[in-house]
Design a protein around this ligand. Structure first.
Ligand SMILES: Nc1ncnc2c1ncn2[C@@H]1O[C@H](COP(=O)(O)OP(=O)(O)OP(=O)(O)O)[C@@H](O)[C@H]1O
Ligand SMILES: [Mg+2]
Length: 246
């Protein structure tokens, strides 16, 4: 990182950290000084805010650590032949627990080959995409995860789709950059640091894959947004594999 972008990064980070900290301090001070005047309902509401803001801080710090690690040259990726379905199922069951008003559908073709990836990093990619799909969708809509391979087994594709607010085409590139969030009623309702997709793209690129997004309108209020990640099946390291010999 050059000096200017380091300074920009630090000032955004400080701002992002200060907002939840200020609110945690404010609500705890209010509770301490006015304990006897507050009814149970308000106390519960304030504690809920403190809990939410603490969660926001934790995810922000975790994301920042991921960014720092990705920028250091010697971060280790441990590549293993990986079956995508069990990892997708694990991630879906975690996200499902948090977003109970969404319906999840997983469909991975039987003949989908294994891919050579770092399993923790692959799980992080799936987590960011499926969590976003749940986060930026309307209540009682369906989130689908579809895994398949190209006809010639060149790559494995995973598509994560959801129904929400349309993502404008001019924002397709922007959302993969640091701290970028698109302003709309859905994003205003949920918290986020705007680092998830930046981290995701970085990891996917390092594992020789690619990521893209398309958002197509259903009507004037909603759209289907699909993120697709592709990982090569027969890359240099896997040339000896049976299915790569043909
Ligand atoms: N499935 C989606 N549908 C519509 N917009 C999306 C979707 N996923 C991401 N976005 C947009 O892209 C922005 C960046 O996403 P990203 O995951 O990088 O950050 P975030 O979710 O805001 O925060 P976090 O760092 O906690 O993930 C989001 O704020 C949202 O505006
Ligand atoms: Mg996100």
């Amino acid at each position: 990182m050059n000096e200017q972008s380091y300074e920009d990064f630090m000032s955004t980070v400080s701002h992002e950290l200060r907002t939840p900290l200020t609110s945690i301090r404010g609500f705890s001070q209010t509770m301490l000084t006015s304990w006897n005047k507050l009814d149970d309902e308000s106390k519960k509401k304030f504690l809920k805010i403190i809990e939410e803001q603490s969660n926001r801080l934790i995810s922000l710090v975790e994301n920042m650590l991921s960014v720092t690690k990705l920028q250091s040259a010697n971060e280790n990726f441990v590549y293993k032949e990986t079956d995508i379905l069990p990892i997708i199922n694990t991630v879906v069951s975690i996200v499902k627990n948090q977003y109970t008003s969404r319906v999840f559908e997983v469909n991975v073709s039987k003949n989908t080959p294994t891919i050579l990836v770092d399993r923790d990093k692959f799980q992080q990619v799936m987590m960011n995409l499926i969590e976003n799909a749940a986060k930026y969708s309307f209540d009682n809509t369906k989130i689908s995860v579809v895994g398949s391979s190209s006809d010639n087994y060149e790559y494995v594709s995973i598509k994560v789709s959801n129904v929400g607010v349309k993502l404008a085409e001019e924002d397709y590139d922007k959302i993969f950059t640091k701290f970028s969030r698109i302003d709309n009623p859905l994003t205003r309702k949920v918290q986020g640091s705007g680092l998830g997709l930046y981290i995701t793209k970085n990891i996917v690129d390092k594992m020789k894959g690619s990521i893209s997004v398309v958002s197509s309108e259903i009507d004037d209020k909603s759209a289907v947004t699909t993120f697709e990640v592709k990982f090569p099946v027969c890359n240099v390291e896997t040339q000896a594999r049976e299915k790569c010999k043909q």
